[in-house]
Design a protein around this ligand. Sequence first.
Ligand code: COA
Length: 373
Amino acid sequence: MTNPVISATGLWTPPHSISNAELVASYNAWADTWNRENEAEIKSGLMEPKTHSSVEFIEKASGIKSRFVVDKDGVIDPYIMAPRIAERPNEQISLLAEMAVFAARDALKAAGRSAEDVDAVICAASNMQRAYPAMAIEVQQALGIEGFAFDMNVACSSATFGIQTAADFIRAGHAKSVLMVNPEVCSGHLNFTDRDSHFIFGDVATAVLIEAEDIAPADHWKILGTKLKTQFSNNIRNNFGFLNRAAPEGVGAPDKLFIQEGRKVFREVVPMVAEMIGAHMGELGLTAPGLRRIWLHQANANMNRLIASKVLGREATEDESPTVLDTYANTSSAGSIIAFHKHSSDFKPGERGLICSFGAGYSAGTVFVERSR
Ligand code: COA
């Protein structure tokens, strides 16, 4: 059986960043207008007034200080409160595919690989911009790749599920080189008029090149083991879909965007993930002290602190469990890959780490890796 390895990763970061102060200012201006427009109902007790969001709350509750987005102007305009993303003609590459191609080229360059050497493309992300044709096939065409491509969606866990899928293709001999991309325009599914969640997400694209060890560059990451888990929960949900386009509530209703019971997610996902990491580590004969670093899904800094301390049996340092939340916010499937991409070049041969993602579904994935040389 051929061993799959990670040959390289790639990252594309949008040019615009929104600080918490900018986001809060637009939310508060929107809330003030809403309160003025609904003054009579609020006075008569029929409606609750909207209260202000705060920079201090956001940073303390999540660790997020800013986020990158593909369109800043629309998001921070209190009369729009959404990214304005122009529809493109069918002849033009779609936004998601374009972002994925940027990240993919970064990964291919790092691996010294040309696109023709790749056998398959998996686009693993939370929110595809259309049903079909697959975004992955568009990426395949844009890069000039033979073979096959498809989309898969396991919400925030999509990347680790994508890595295992790619690794399985390689183990089975169906491909030797698989490009797995995670373009995330999270600002498109975020309700910027919901105070509880308006600060959570950002946009980005990442790419991971998974290859057979015998063709991989000498500098690579051995995949020691992968594991996936799902367990149904309604606590993170998005009901947008083509079956509800004519529903009375219509497209645009709050539940057709991201909604969550953040507290429940926190309480239920932390133990689920910590137990899963512990069990997988045991199966592979690994121990926490043997791990140099864990690259966790980037949803919430407090959540990561707790998961890391359950795994290590003590507080983790920033070096052991790095965060990119401060600048990127939650970028869904891409979060743990950004952390890995930005915080792994200092690894020495034989050092080991864990890429771990978790999110809606619930879903979680663990990928233990070891630096080759
Ligand atoms: N500004 C100011 N105050 C706010 C606020 C905002 N933007 N949003 C909420 N608050 C208030 C709430 O109204 C509440 O006030 P109350 O105590 O008077 O009722 C208080 O702050 C605490 O709110 P709560 O929602 O309980 O905060 P929290 O500490 O649980 O943090 C999350 C919220 C969402 C950051 C946190 O629960 C979380 O990260 N959960 C996991 C999320 C996750 O991983 N999701 C996966 C997404 S893929």
